[in-house]
Write a protein that binds this ligand. Structure first.
Ligand SMILES: Cc1cc2nc3c(=O)[nH]c(=O)nc-3n(C[C@H](O)[C@H](O)[C@H](O)COP(=O)(O)O)c2cc1C
Length: 505
């Protein structure tokens, strides 16, 4: 039982349409996000009924941030947005108290809340509760925009209109529907651009599942599709498959986007494209057949309240809001909640290079933990593929064969993002490896003095002190040349990792 969306960043709604107030609570926010009132107001304006529509209920929608905001920035503590209900006309709904509005939630709310619910104006199920959702999520939408991730939902069609109707066509259609006491359904399309590949948790928490769950939480949503969506049913694989053109800088580029930017529930780097169907507003002026929810008697219902003849165009801001919540939540789950703070470049990899025994693996583990990022230890990945240790592989197949495998792995890592990558000591020998790793990575050299480097049987090229000296002389200038950042690694792994984390903050 929950009124909450999200796992790391959670949004909870409360209130009733004709009660004292409606509101939303955002938890799990990082501190320091700007609460830009102009931006919030512009999003709320997109959710309001068209100014020309006389039939619609008009609320001031004044957001009061009663907790979690100080001097225009989030504090990081739970943020509460309150909107007091001012334009309440309960008398519009008195006659409806026991007559279920067809396709609204009156009958189902009665079944669940057994008559204790405030049913007036749809109570807790009113579209009015989406106003604080828009206000709260606008903070996240803006934070994502500042990171180059843009979410934009537009009306693609309303009942009887052309595709991508302009405002004049929309308002004419709405006026006509309102005059007839009727309402119109609509189709809206969302594009989320700027996402890198790799966002989305496994299976049930995939990007499609999370977006769909959040979008279906919005009242009046009755259908969602991604990419070519239901049209895929009429396609052949040769038409539907999105041919890959490239995979770099954390993004795949595909020739078409029939998958809507998502494969296996994970973003692939193409824009996420999603379409949402909004039902026609259930409350209409025409007489409708219904039942009395207390007696079960058949009745005729004529609704006289004020209603928007089409929800689709107002829902655009609401869909943007829940998408911003989902993306921010998935970001926080993958990269840590601080990744949403301004200036955090958390979707670049951090690539650790350095001599054998300079502490790349151990510092990598600590750094990954400190920053809440996944660790890719290249030597471990290679060993798991070989099924034998690197020393054994060298013995069996020689250095050249090993370097080939290492290069293949380095190239494949150019597409990843947000990871800590510990490399093998010899990675810098091939400039192409470093080019690939630098495409989406910050290269950090762990500089450890020769006298602290320990020869080992596990590292085939530095088994003795002499080996180590030769390697050191050969490679020093290569590390120097490749490094974006140089860190003194003469201390413990913990100290090295803390210095890197500090520098990157
Ligand atoms: C922004 C917005 C405004 C809405 N306004 C109205 C309205 O004025 N009248 C109405 O009957 N339904 C309105 N709804 C839709 C109902 O809240 C919704 O149909 C109802 O809760 C039943 O939920 P369902 O359609 O998802 O099954 C609105 C929905 C949204 C998102």
């Amino acid at each position: 039982m929950s009124d909450t969306l999200g796992k790391a960043i959670k949004l909870t709604i409360f209130g009733e349409s004709h009660g004292q107030a409606v509101g939303a609570v955002l938890e799990g926010l990082p501190p320091g996000l700007k609460v830009d009132m102009e931006y919030i107001e512009a999003e709320l304006e997109r959710r309001r009924p068209l100014k020309s529509l006389k039939s619609a209920r008009r609320e001031a929608d004044l957001p009061e941030f009663v907790s979690g905001v100080r001097n225009g920035f989030t504090e990081g503590t739970p943020l509460t947005v309150l909107m007091r209900n001012s334009d309440v006309r309960r008398e519009d709904y008195d006659s409806l108290q026991t007559l279920a509005r067809p396709s609204h939630a009156d009958l189902t709310a009665q079944a669940k809340y057994l008559g204790y619910q405030d049913a007036s104006g749809g109570g807790h199920f009113s579209g009015r509760l989406t106003a604080p959702v828009v206000a709260a999520a606008a903070i996240l939408k803006k934070a994502l925009e500042d990171k180059g991730i843009n979410i934009n939902t537009r009306v693609r069609k309303i009942a009887g209109s052309s595709e991508w109707p302009d405002e004049t066509e929309i308002s004419e259609a709405l006026e006509k529907a309102a005059a007839e006491g009727d309402s119109l359904g609509g189709l809206i399309e969302t594009e989320i651009s700027g996402l890198k590949a790799g966002l989305g948790e496994p299976w049930a928490d995939g990007l499609e599942s999370e977006l769909a769950a959040a979008v279906f939480a919005v009242p009046a949503v009755k259908g969602v599709e991604f990419g070519a969506g239901f049209a895929l049913a009429d396609m052949k694989g040769s038409e539907a498959n999105d041919a890959f053109i490239s995979y770099k800088n954390g993004r795949a580029e595909t020739l078409t986007n029939n998958s809507g930017g998502i494969n296996g529930g994970i973003s692939n780097g193409m824009p996420v494209v999603m379409r949402t169907v909004l039902r026609p507003t259930p409350s209409i002026g025409k007489a409708q057949q219904t039942v009395d929810i207390l007696t079960g008697e058949q009745k005729t219902l004529k609704i006289s309240g004020r209603h928007d003849p089409c929800i689709a165009f107002r829902a655009c801001a609401v869909i943007d809001a829940v998408c911003a919540l989902v993306i921010a939540d998935l970001f926080a789950r993958r990269f840590g909640y601080l990744s949403l703070m301004p200036g955090a470049d958390k979707d670049k990899n951090i690539v650790l290079i350095g001599m054998p025994s300079s502490g790349k693996t151990e510092s990598g583990k600590v750094l990954a933990r400190l920053l809440g990022r996944p660790l890719i230890d290249m030597d471990s990945v290679l060993e798991s593929g070989f099924g034998i240790t690197i020393a054994e592989y060298f013995e069996k197949y020689g250095e050249a064969a090993f370097r080939k495998e290492e290069s293949r792995l380095a190239k494949s890592l150019a597409g990843t993002c947000g990871c800590v990558i510990s490399t093998g000591g010899g990675i810098i020998k091939d400039p192409k490896n470093m080019e690939a790793l630098a495409e989406n990575g910050i290269i950090v050299w762990l500089k450890r003095p020769l006298e602290l480097l320990a020869p080992s049987e596990k590292t085939p090229l530095s088994r003795t002190d002499e080996d180590m000296q030769t390697l050191f002389a050969e490679r020093l200038h290569l590390y120097e040349r490749c490094a974006d950042i140089t860190i003194d690694a003469s201390g413990t792994a913990q100290k090295t990792a803390e210095s890197i984390a500090e520098l990157l903050r």
